[in-house]
Design a protein around this ligand. Structure first.
Ligand code: DP6
Length: 348
């Protein structure tokens, strides 16, 4: 151990600009055009652009405090010390931040989720968006949103989108970009004109058996259906952006449901197959279709878990929620468009 590690003194040549302690809040996002598959695992570069809505529910609050005397990062998640893969991912992310900031101090990280972890309700998106902002501020990296989006992406791809509020597009970036890391970031869909709600049907809150990271890796490597989903997804994104611009919920919803079902079909065809959807998911999907047959605009989307999120007009949200509750007996939460990641003032 060096003296600087013992004392927490700065290594020569670095600048002491970070605040040393920051608290950040970020919300999950639900993709209407999914991110599924990386073309570069280390840089977390996707094959396709994706498009999401950041929610106004289930925030994650994360504190990062530099601990100059500590020899290792200490990470507490929802009051429980993180271990194994979870600890490794946070430490690897902090190593990236430290490397960029030219600093060496370890950190104490305390993170509180209000969404069940690992249940396909995007806790890694809110988690890494909040961690990226708090760590960038504490260690003295730029917190400008586009830079932050690139940084959050390295923790978890979908976190790139939770840096921003409302409808957000994450650009995969051109494959021949001179610096692919710089070319892949999220930004708000500035011209979206849609007053939508997402009704979350929480069918299972437990951790999933196969992580989305592993499932997408397996899909890319083995699913014969993956290339066709990638091609469809690229065309769908263009059409969805047009539909958002003119407030055409029917088109947005139809594309979102097809894109999600297509993603689940790619993993069913992987080897070995991955299936996140359960009988309860099928019941929820049938209910969404029944609503449509009755003339209520409602469309389903599902991530790496059995839970179903229903896109509908904000004005229909309570009616849709009541039907989903009655059909599934599950916890149902109505979400609207929510804010991007923010720093909390009280850190110091
Ligand atoms: C199904 O962002 O959790 O929710 O980059 O490996 O951490 P990693 O994956 P993650 O995957 C999210 C996949 C998804 C679709 C989406 O949010 O776009």
């Amino acid at each position: 151990m060096t003296a600087s590690e013992l004392t927490g003194a700065e290594p020569t040549g670095s600048t002491l600009t970070g605040t040393g302690h920051a608290v950040a809040v970020a919300h999950p996002n639900i993709a209407l055009i999914k991110y599924w598959g990386k073309r570069d695992e280390r840089l977390v570069l996707p094959f396709t652009d994706s498009l999401s809505l950041t929610l106004d529910v289930f925030p994650t609050t994360t504190s990062v405090r530099l601990a100059p005397a500590a020899e290792a990062d200490a990470v507490v998640m929802d009051g429980v010390p993180a271990r194994d893969e979870r600890l490794r991912r946070v430490t690897a992310f902090l190593d990236l931040v430290r490397d960029r900031a030219g600093r060496r101090e370890r950190a104490v990280v305390d993170t509180r989720n209000t969404v069940p972890v690992g249940a396909g309700l995007a806790s890694s998106a809110s988690g890494f968006a909040a961690l990226a902002l708090a760590a960038a501020d504490a260690y003295g990296l730029p917190t400008e949103p586009r830079a932050l989006s690139r940084l959050a992406r390295r923790g978890s791809g979908s976190a790139a989108r939770s840096v921003f509020g409302g409808f957000v597009v994450w650009h995969a970036g051109p494959v021949d970009a001179p610096d692919p890391d710089v070319a892949s970031y999220a930004e708000p869909v500035g011209d979206a004109r849609l007053d939508a709600a997402l009704v979350a049907v929480v069918l299972e809150a437990g951790p999933k058996s196969v992580s989305s990271r592993e499932a997408m890796r397996r899909t890319v490597a083995t699913s014969p259906r993956y290339p066709e989903w990638v091609a469809a997804s690229r065309a769908e994104l263009v059409r969805m952006r047009q539909a958002l611009r003119v407030g055409d919920l029917d088109t947005v919803g139809g594309i979102a449901e097809r894109n999600a079902l297509g993603m689940h079909a790619t993993m069913e065809a992987a080897s070995p197959p991955v299936r996140y959807l359960t009988d309860a998911s099928a019941t929820a999907l049938d209910t969404v279709r029944a609503l449509r047959a009755e003339g209520v605009g409602a469309w389903a989307t599902m991530d790496a878990g059995p839970n179903v999120k229903v896109l509908c007009a904000a004005a229909d949200a309570e009616r849709v929620a009541a039907r989903m509750r009655a059909a599934t007996h599950a916890r149902v939460v109505v979400a609207r468009g929510g804010p991007g990641a923010t720093l909390r003032a009280e850190a110091g």
